[in-house]
Ligand binder design. Structure first.
Ligand SMILES: Nc1ncnc2c1ncn2[C@@H]1O[C@H](COP(=O)(O)OP(=O)(O)OP(=O)(O)O)[C@@H](O)[C@H]1O
Length: 327
């Protein structure tokens, strides 16, 4: 049976700021950073929370974790009101915010983990088992005895993830966990999180600008723009909603006078001096296209290309508030 672990209703955060209005004058202005977000997340879900710069992602996460008080609306995480019950909540959630560290800068990583065991009062057996798992999956052993300030960004991030998980949180909030990481660390972090997803008892809220993270890890994608949710559903639903099409790239040995017409699959472009034709699969299937092209003596190769999530999301960010884009 599903169980709701995060629930927000009409959640808002407004910031009053002062902006220059002329050489000496300053004006007060209100920024609606989060402008009425309704979000329900069930236990074990892994959601990607994405949006362009300044969309309100970090502000939402800060309200969910009790760092910021909402201007209005309701928020509950694990049944608790984050700001009012922040200490109790901290035992049940794990947080990795790129800019902020929970490790002790001058201590070896191993000592930070040990201190966290005391902070969270984790029984030694449980702590050891979780640490063992993180050491194996995140390859920590080579730098466990290195002071945190000497770690590379990728090593530190693997340490931060471990630190966030040692008390066995029910919900993990990750703000840009792979930003700036080298390929190996990025892969280690993604594999680790996807393993966490397979086990299925940790709920994950992930904000990132790297859509490959989302594609690897999250079935559900919540897109926020100007403080409002503009999409909440699977990646496939996003493609369907915005009319993303698969394309078929056809390579020929010799160019044809005219690209063959295929009903339901318009030609998007021809390339390589007419030796490559790119079709868009609208109402036609890949099978229809193959049958139509099979008799061509000059056919060399065919590749089906899935729609690119980057393209849809870029179009979504460019669209005026919540307006449909494309197809
Ligand atoms: N403490 C603050 N005081 C005033 N304005 C703020 C404050 N924090 C955030 N904002 C504003 O609120 C809006 C949302 O910011 P937020 O950091 O939540 O966006 P974001 O989606 O996390 O962006 P990014 O992808 O750049 O991290 C922005 O316009 C930002 O300038």
């Amino acid at each position: 049976m599903s169980e709701t672990v995060i629930r927000t209703r009409a959640l808002r955060k407004d910031f009053d700021i002062r902006v220059r209005a002329g050489r000496l004058r300053r004006e007060r202005r209100t920024v609606n950073a989060v402008a009425g977000v309704d979000l329900t997340v069930e236990r074990g879900e892994m959601i990607g929370y994405i949006g362009p710069n300044g969309a309100g992602k970090s502000t939402t996460l800060k309200m969910l974790t009790g760092v910021l008080t909402p201007s209005s609306g309701d928020v509950r995480v694990c049944g608790l009101v984050p700001v009012d019950q922040r200490t109790r909540l901290s035992l049940r959630i794990g947080v990795v915010f790129g800019q902020r560290s929970q490790l002790w800068w001058d201590l070896p990583l191993r000592d930070s983990f040990d201190l966290l065991r005391h902070v969270y009062r984790v029984p030694p057996g449980e702590h050891a088992a979780r640490l063992r798992r993180c050491r194996d999956l995140l390859d920590l052993d080579a730098f466990l005895d290195t002071p945190v300030r000497q770690l590379s960004l990728g090593q530190r991030m693997r340490g931060e993830l471990t630190a966030a998980l040692l008390h066995g949180p029910e919900v993990l909030f990750l703000d840009e966990p792979t930003i700036g990481l080298d390929v190996v660390s990025k892969q280690a972090v993604r594999e680790f999180l996807s393993e966490l997803g397979r086990v299925g008892d940790t709920t994950l809220v992930l904000t990132t600008h790297d859509l490959a993270d989302i594609q690897r890890l999250c079935r559900r994608l919540v897109v926020i723009d100007h403080g409002r949710v503009v999409h909440d559903g699977t990646i496939e639903q996003l493609h369907a909603r915005y009319g993303s099409r698969r394309t078929v790239v056809v390579d020929l040995d010799e160019p044809l006078a005219e690209p063959p017409e295929v009903p339901g699959a318009p030609v998007l472009q021809t390339e390589a001096d007419g030796r490559r034709i790119v079709y868009s699969l609208e109402s036609a299937t890949a099978g229809d296209l193959l049958r139509r092209l099979a008799g061509l003596g000059t056919l060399r190769d065919i590749a089906i290309v899935e729609p690119d999530i980057e393209d849809v999301v870029a179009a979504l960010y460019r669209a005026p508030d919540g307006a449909p884009v494309g197809g």
